[in-house]
Design a protein around this ligand. Structure first.
Ligand code: ATP
Length: 598
């Protein structure tokens, strides 16, 4: 019960921003309810007139006028119901849009670690479905209000007709809600199970379609369909359980309502026989009573709707209460310009408390330097880049930009100074032009085209029938991995950030494509502080220094020649790549000479 009240509280919060629309909706509901009571009252007056007139009433006389009034009240009610429906939809739209915006903005403020932990379907469902629970809460609250008005208006009519009979109704009404209240917990449990199975179903489908090629090659369609059936059956079983509890509660309600109605008919008959109530009075009382039972029925269906929506609304509440793990401190300062020195001081990091992946890393990088990071798989190279761009904060030690802890800078200004080109380039579902302009939204068309030229993408765009207006991504034209990578480089060129992070930017490419991407990358690297992770050591020939990482630690730092002497891991990496000391072009011996880029 408390949870249901908490659910309705959601509505009060959501309605704060929608007072005008909610006001019109409530007004229409009020008109609807009052017109219903008015109709009852007019019917009673009409029946009284007919039964006492002794046949003298003509169609054009008092009865005609009463019927005209009844019709008028009826039409007014229909009109109010029509407006109520329209304003209800307007209210729904306004609430949903504002909640979706609120949640999406809030989610985008969360740090990368949050998205590492969450299932994708849970996040999608929060934005697509859980926000809907807020509207359900609003609708329940508004309908509760209008039903209360209906009950009060009809109850006053019933009381006016027969206070004694009304006393009986007052006893019966609360009993009507008992069955649904008693099955509340069971419905809530079934609804939670249904929700969990729903996520599993969505996760499974997303994995299935993402790994479609593997599924085909391993011929695992039947196995996957069977797994999906298991999850789907769990989902529908939970749904059936919910419906069963709901149906049982409804049938109990109808039984109690039936017994109540029969009791009122019997008692009413006795009242008429004893002359305390007229026949028209009893008839109108019964019609009024039906009108009162309707809101009671609504309470039961609203209660089950609330139980069904509580898990989603609780999840929404949890998400909205989350504080981003990484956010600006009260005295955060802006990062202005390229930092002269980036220093990592005894940096340690763990994704989960008991498993550190970066340990005691110390490193100093000067402005304009190109640093190559190498090491075996899982050594922590990509994690190191994530710490430099402040996607995560170190769990030990600190990263300093010009002597100031990275945590003390405004996060937005740090992101403004960093560009990244990753192994799997990302393309947004929009035009090529907008994809490049993502790097700087106010860039002119000429600047976008210049970036495409510098990224070696210009000629290919010219050959596309729609040129820069070609829509890419889901539902649009796809690009090769090399083209996507050059598009990402164009985006980074336009952003023009002084710190550039490269994570295996060319590793997914064949040698011809790699050469084109590498040429674009060389242009992008000019004048910037670059930290580049690569497995293919040949791609790091332009680096001033190489950092060798192993099991989260920096094993050695130096030039190619120095590392061949000082680092076993580096020597092993070179041997594995058949890169003997003779065939490998040596990396420049002197560090911090940007002009030495290959
Ligand atoms: P590779 O060369 O294969 O890309 P890497 O040197 O870049 O590897 P990282 O990707 O930094 O290594 O991973 C270091 C360790 O951290 C690995 O053991 C990995 O399993 C773990 N790891 C990476 N990302 C996450 C994450 N988001 N959550 C939990 N653990 C992670």
């Amino acid at each position: 019960m408390l949870k249901s009240l908490g659910f309705l509280h959601l509505a009060i919060r959501a309605l704060r921003g929608q007072r005008r629309v909610a006001g019109f909706y409530l007004l229409a509901s009020l008109g609807d309810s009052l017109a219903a009571a008015l109709v009852m009252w007019l019917v009673k007056r009409y029946l009284d007139t007919v039964s006492t007139s002794g046949g003298s009433v003509t169609l054009w006389g008092a009865a005609g006028a009463a019927c005209g009034l009844i019709l008028g009240a009826w039409m007014f009610r229909a009109l109010c119901a029509c407006f109520r429906r329209i304003w209800s939809q307007k209210l729904q739209n306004a609430v949903l849009v504002s909640q979706m915006m609120l949640l999406t903005r809030h989610l985008l403020r969360q740090s990368v670690a949050f998205f590492d932990r969450q299932s994708r379907s849970e996040i999608l469902s929060a934005v697509r479905l859980d926000v809907h629970t807020v509207y359900v809460a609003v609708e329940c609250l508004c309908t509760l209000f209008s039903n209360l008005v209906t009950v009060v208006a009809l109850a006053a009519t019933a009381f006016w007709l027969s206070p004694r009979l009304f006393g009986w109704v007052i006893i019966i009404l609360p009993v009507l809600t008992l069955p649904i209240l008693l099955s509340g917990n069971r419905m809530l449990r079934a609804s939670e199970n249904q929700r969990t199975a729903g996520f599993q179903m969505m996760d499974h489908l997303m994995d299935l379609f993402a790994g479609l090629r593997l599924v085909k090659l391993f011929r695992s369609e039947t196995q996957e369909v069977n797994r999906f059936r298991e999850i789907a059956e769990r989902y529908f079983e939970a749904q059936l359980r919910f419906t069963r509890h709901q149906a049982l509660a409804h049938v109990s309600l109808e039984a109690i309502a039936g017994i109540g109605l029969v009791a009122v008919i019997l008692l009413g008959g006795m009242e008429v026989q004893s002359g305390k109530l007229t026949w028209p009075g009893l008839l109108t009382f019964l019609i009024t009573l039906m009108g009162i039972f309707e809101p009671a029925r609504w309470v039961t269906s609203a209660y089950s709707t609330i139980q069904q929506n509580i898990p989603g609304s609780e999840r929404l509440g949890e998400l909205l209460a989350l504080r981003p793990e990484i956010e600006d401190g009260p005295n955060a300062r802006a990062l202005l310009g390229q930092p002269e020195i980036i220093r990592l001081e005894n940096v340690g990091f763990a994704y989960s408390a008991d498993a550190p992946v970066i340990k005691d890393v110390c490193l100093e990088i000067r402005a304009g330097e190109v640093i190559g990071v190498v090491g075996p798989s899982g050594a922590g190279k990509s994690t190191l880049l994530s710490l430099l761009s402040r996607f995560y904060d170190p769990t030990e030690g600190a990263v300093y930009f010009d002597g100031v802890n990275l945590r003390d800078y405004k996060l937005a200004t740090v992101y403004d100074h960093v560009s990244a080109v990753l192994q799997i380039p990302f393309v947004f579902n929009t035009t090529l032009r907008e994809n490049i302009r993502y790097g700087r939204p106010d860039a002119t068309d000429a600047e976008v085209e210049q970036a495409a030229r510098d990224a070696n993408l210009y000629d290919e765009i010219q050959q596309m029938p729609q040129g820069y207006d070609t829509v890419l991504g889901a539902g649009g034209q796809d690009l090769s991995v090399g083209q996507r990578q050059r598009l990402n480089i164009a985006r980074a060129l336009l952003k023009n950030a002084p710190i550039l992070l490269l994570d295996e930017a060319t590793s997914a490419l064949d040698s011809i494509s790699e050469a084109r991407v590498q040429a674009a990358l060389d242009r992008l690297m000019e004048g910037r502080t670059v930290i580049a992770v690569a497995h293919r050591l040949s791609t790091l020939r332009g680096a001033h220094r190489l950092v060798v990482m192993k099991q989260g630690r920096v094993e050695a730092i130096g030039t190619h020649a120095e590392l061949l002497k000082s680092s076993d891991t580096y020597r092993l990496l070179c041997e594995h790549q058949a890169m003997s000391t003779e065939d490998a072009k040596p990396v420049p011996e002197a560090a911090a000479q940007p002009a030495a880029l290959a």
